[in-house]
Design a binder for this molecule. Structure first.
Ligand SMILES: [Fe+2]
Ligand SMILES: [Fe+2]
Length: 275
């Protein structure tokens, strides 16, 4: 296209030179208009090398009624787009009034950073903090597994058989909680910390060996109550930022409450030691 402009301009300037010679005009009548024409041509060519508005903006087709989001892809738009909450080079649509994205937006977002697995563009929670809290919960569950196991094997006395069986059942369930938490940590891109060196320091509950059956029940009850409080706080912290983690914790919390209830029942069933 520009070649034609240049050829046309050369012919025009040539014609002007011939006309100027024929009319005996001074060179200024040709040189100044020729410089203006050449300047305009250069200016036009430089501007055309920049991406057009259609090429630097990608419009996301929108089948709903809300305005389609324009995603700036040019470097110049980086600051403005980040201020506007848009992600340069990524697909992030403004949801409609009902908070739902259209099908094409969902499909486009899913193709971004596929190595993140379950974590998609719409995940807005602080993964670092959540993984840290999950690892604390993992340590707590692991310590609970070990404590219940010890109590299962060490339970003695007339009531020991059924209570030892309960301790074992709780230990197995705590292990299940630990596994769920470890799995979620990995889903969030973290690593479950099973290091025995720091386990007891990171655990909310203590590893209390317990000398009598009553002591064991009390220690386990205290540990369950600690776990219940910490899970409640964790769930409150999450709010609606990470519904999957929140749901996992709610399920675990329900089991911890059942454990605490059962341990409280055990305490009432065992007569207090006579002094
Ligand atoms: Fe648990
Ligand atoms: Fe428990």
């Amino acid at each position: 296209m520009f070649l034609l402009y240049w050829i046309g301009s050369v012919l025009l300037i040539g014609g002007m030179i011939l006309s100027a010679n024929a009319l005996n005009l001074s060179p200024g009548w040709v040189v100044i208009p020729a410089l203006i024409i050449i300047g305009l041509l250069i200016w036009k060519q430089i501007n055309s090398s920049k991406p057009s508005i259609n090429s630097i903006y990608r419009r996301i087709p929108d089948k709903s009624n809300h305005t389609p989001t324009v995603i700036p892809l040019g470097q110049d738009d980086l600051i403005q787009s980040s201020k506007a909450g848009l992600v340069v080079g990524k697909v992030k649509a403004t949801p409609s009034a009902d908070g739902l994205s259209d099908v094409e937006t969902l499909r486009s977002r899913a193709q971004q950073n596929i190595q993140e697995g379950a974590i998609t563009e719409s995940y807005n929670a602080d993964r670092f903090t959540i993984n840290k809290l999950l690892n604390d919960a993992l340590a707590t569950e692991t310590v609970c597994v070990l404590r219940y196991r010890r109590h299962h094997f060490m339970a003695r006395g007339i009531h020991a058989k059924s209570i030892a069986a309960e301790f074992l059942a709780h230990s197995i369930e705590e292990q299940g909680h630990a596994d769920q938490i470890a799995e979620r940590i990995v889903q969030l891109g973290g690593e479950p910390d099973f290091s025995p060196d720091t386990l007891s320091q990171r655990s909310h509950a203590e590893y209390a060996s317990g000398s009598s059956l009553t002591d064991m029940i009390k220690e386990n009850l205290i540990a369950e109550r600690i776990a219940i409080d910490s899970y409640r706080e964790f769930i409150q912290y999450l709010g609606d930022k990470d519904s999957t983690t929140s749901q996992i914790l709610k399920n675990i919390l329900a089991v911890e409450e059942k454990h605490a209830d059962e341990l409280a029942d055990m305490l009432t069933d065992i007569p207090a030691p006579t002094s």
